[in-house]
Design a binder for this molecule. Structure first.
Ligand SMILES: [Cu+2]
Length: 148
C-alpha cells in the first residue's frame, strides 16, 4: 500500500521534471496556452491517434515517447501552423520563430523523453499526422488532428 502511493508520487515528480525540461536552459515557460494536449508514442502508435484542437488558439502539444530503444516524432504534411515555441529536432535546437511563419507541424522525441511545441493552427479541417522515423508510418504510427 505504502509502496503504491510512493510510486505514484515518484512518477509525478518524474513527469513534472520531464515537462519542465524543454530543451533550452532559458526556455520560455510563460507562453500563455489555451489548450494543452498530450499524445503518447507507445508501441509504435500514437495514443490517442486522433485529437481535436481549436482554430486560432494557442495549443501546446506534448509528445511523450514511452518506447524504449527508438525515437519518434509527430509530423504533418498538410497542417501548416504558426510555431510559438519548440519544434525542430529536440533538445538544444528550439525554433524561435516569432509565430508569424507558417510551417509544417513537427515535434521529435528521443526514447523515453518528452518534447513539446506551442503553435496555432488557423485553418479548420482534418489533417494527417504520422511518425517520420523509417518504418513507423507503415507500422501504423499515424493519426489525425482536426482543427475546428
Ligand atoms: Cu515513431
Amino acid at each position: 500500500m505504502r509502496k503504491r502511493v510512493l510510486g505514484i508520487a515518484v512518477m509525478g515528480v518524474a513527469l513534472t521534471g520531464a515537462a519542465a525540461c524543454g530543451g533550452g536552459a532559458s526556455s520560455k515557460t510563460d507562453t500563455p496556452v489555451d489548450e494543452t494536449i498530450t499524445i503518447e508514442a507507445k508501441n509504435v502508435k500514437f495514443v490517442p491517434n486522433s485529437i481535436t484542437i481549436p482554430a486560432g488558439k494557442t495549443v501546446k502539444l506534448i509528445l511523450k515517447n514511452s518506447d524504449a530503444g527508438t525515437e519518434h516524432d509527430l509530423a504533418s504534411d498538410d497542417l501548416m501552423v504558426s510555431m510559438t515555441q519548440g519544434g525542430g529536432h529536440g533538445s538544444g535546437h528550439e525554433s524561435t520563430m516569432a509565430g508569424d511563419a507558417s510551417m509544417m507541424l513537427a515535434v521529435h522525441t528521443k526514447e523515453g523523453e518528452t518534447n513539446s511545441i506551442i503553435f496555432k493552427a488557423a485553418k479548420p479541417g482534418t489533417y494527417n499526422i504520422y511518425c517520420t522515423i523509417a518504418g513507423h508510418r507503415d507500422a501504423g504510427m499515424i493519426g489525425t488532428i482536426t482543427v475546428v
